[in-house]
Design a protein around this ligand. Structure first.
Ligand SMILES: O=P(O)(O)O[C@@H]1[C@@H](OP(=O)(O)O)[C@H](OP(=O)(O)O)[C@H](O)[C@H](OP(=O)(O)O)[C@H]1OP(=O)(O)O
Ligand SMILES: Nc1ncnc2c1ncn2[C@@H]1O[C@H](COP(=O)(O)OP(=O)(O)OP(=O)(O)O)[C@@H](O)[C@H]1O
Ligand SMILES: [Zn+2]
Length: 453
């Protein structure tokens, strides 16, 4: 008989974290199938919050788009479709070794209501105001808890787990980027978006992190990126020890790392990293770098991100053809030269327009997912030849490691219009800053870092 989680089960699930779309709870009970698992629950936006509710069914155009992928569109609900998308699309692209599509299980409304109540005090208040657990859903997703090792960690075997949200790791190369947006070819979306986030007071300081370092393929630059993520973690970097957060912010954005936070983190690492006093943090950052380099996951992720080869400035035209509506973007153009450029996109056969939109959406998922890199120290034997073992050279310590992608959600096709608008907003603010026309962004660090890059 199919398991259904009921009200009485809610007490076993504790808050682990959340993003814009989902709330994640970790299991603390003793029921065998759930040990070592987390539960990912869809949220519903609260009235007045900007975020649109993720649709529960596919639009007819999404049927067109994903129709050729197994039972993706025949799935009766979006939860099943989302899981199928991870299994059939993202996992083959990123490597099944690094992806857990999870298992859907039934839950009662009472379970969801009580779970919501139990965790509400631990959620960041702005997330509470923006959304709550969607208690209308019948299913939740059960996933392996990537912040611990399977079968639980044995006594004395801690697990340290680092979560990174890398964002887009390349500069767009599309010929459809308009002349006035040429800055996109030399400045990353992440760094330009920082300016908008600061302007909108979503962050209080600019990040030091540059995704181009992380995705550079050079060990030195990957290490630089990891160090920058450590100094300015925002929502891009977190660390867990045995499933408990020891660095960064749960469910939101963390402030820059100060001495007190740095010292507390160094102390917390002492139980796992056997480095000299004061060197545990730098050893961990090196270990993360070496593991990312060795695993090759960043190269694979970058390839998938690059499926967005036309940029939103090209893909948006294909989108309007797919939905059989007049192109709003071309409708606003008055220069013949530009209209002519996009005419080539509008004359493509439908299957090619579909392919463009599909690849764009797959890339969007790859630009928004996160990585969890987990380590468990190995005592005794030299396991250096094993595929999933890595040696921290500075200490001679060996670790088992695993690397998983999380949050590989299918993006709704309707979001194409939002992507186009947000892109315009990000670039136009950045251009104004360049011209010195935005007075409230006076963060000297920003100008310095922009000039340096
Ligand atoms: O547009 P972006 O780059 O800001 O990405 C959004 C993320 O913002 P970020 O800049 O990473 O803080 C955003 O993350 P936060 O809510 O800011 O933590 C979501 O991941 C959002 O995806 P979805 O709406 O949940 O499907 C993300 O939306 P998508 O663009 O991936 O659809
Ligand atoms: N399988 C997992 N194991 C351990 N922790 C997890 C797992 N999945 C998610 N988490 C934790 O829960 C948090 C929220 O999960 P997730 O990123 O899937 O939410 P989301 O709402 O889809 O995010 P976004 O805002 O990017 O759309 C993550 O940042 C991570 O800390
Ligand atoms: Zn057009």
């Amino acid at each position: 008989m199919e398991t259904v989680l009921k009200e009485k089960d809610a007490a076993d699930w504790v808050y682990r974290g959340e993003g814009a779309a989902n709330l994640v709870l970790a299991y603390t009970g003793s029921s065998q199938p759930f040990i070592g698992k987390v539960m990912r629950i869809q949220k519903a936006p609260i009235n007045g919050s900007q975020r649109a509710r993720s649709p529960t069914a596919f639009s007819k155009y999404e049927y067109l788009l994903w129709g050729d992928i197994g039972n993706l569109v025949s799935s009766s609900d979006r939860d099943t479709a989302a899981q199928t998308f991870v299994q059939r699309v993202m996992s083959p692209l990123l490597g099944s070794k690094h992806v857990d599509a999870g298992k859907l299980i039934l839950v009662s409304k009472e379970f969801l209501e009580l779970a919501e109540k139990n965790v509400s005090s631990q959620r960041p208040s702005w997330r509470v105001n923006a959304g709550k657990i969607d208690t209308q859903r019948d299913y939740v997703l059960i996933l392996s808890d990537h912040s611990i090792f399977p079968n639980g960690s044995l006594e004395g075997e801690p697990c340290i787990s680092v979560e990174i949200k890398p964002k887009c790791g390349f500069l767009p190369f599309s010929r459809f980027i308009t002349h006035c947006n040429a800055v996109k070819r030399c400045m990353t979306r992440f760094r330009m978006h920082q300016a908008l986030k600061l302007h909108q007071e979503e962050i209080s300081e600019f990040s030091d992190y540059d995704p181009l370092d992380l995705f550079s393929g050079s060990k030195d630059r990957i290490l630089k990126a990891i160090k920058d993520l450590f100094s300015t973690p925002q929502n891009n970097f977190r660390v867990f020890l045995n499933g408990s957060l020891i660095f960064g912010a749960l469910g939101g954005s963390a402030e820059n790392t100060d001495v007190i936070v740095g010292e507390a983190f160094e102390d917390a690492l002492k139980s796992v990293i056997l480095a000299d006093d004061g060197l545990c943090t730098s050893s961990l950052l090196q270990l993360v770098t070496d593991t990312l380099y060795k695993s090759g996951v960043l190269d694979r992720l970058l390839e998938v991100q690059k499926l967005d080869s036309l940029d939103i400035e090209g893909a948006i035209h294909a989108y309007y053809d797919v939905i059989s509506e007049p192109c709003v973007v071309c409708g606003q153009l008055n220069e013949d030269e530009e209209l002519h450029r996009f005419a080539s996109l509008h004359s493509l056969p439908l299957d090619q327009s579909l392919k463009i939109v599909k690849n764009f959406l797959i890339a969007a998922t790859a630009k928004d997912c996160s990585l969890m890199i987990s380590f468990r120290p190995r005592e005794g034997e030299d396991w250096g030849s094993s595929n999933n073992t890595i040696c921290l050279e500075s200490t001679g310590q060996f670790f088992d490691y695993k690397v998983y992608f999380i949050d590989l959600d299918l993006k709704p096709m309707k979001k194409m219009e939002e992507y186009y608008e947000l892109d315009k907003k990000i670039v136009s603010l950045y251009r104004k800053i360049e011209k010195g026309k935005v007075g409230d962004i006076s963060n000297a660090k920003f100008y310095e870092s922009m000039v340096e890059k």
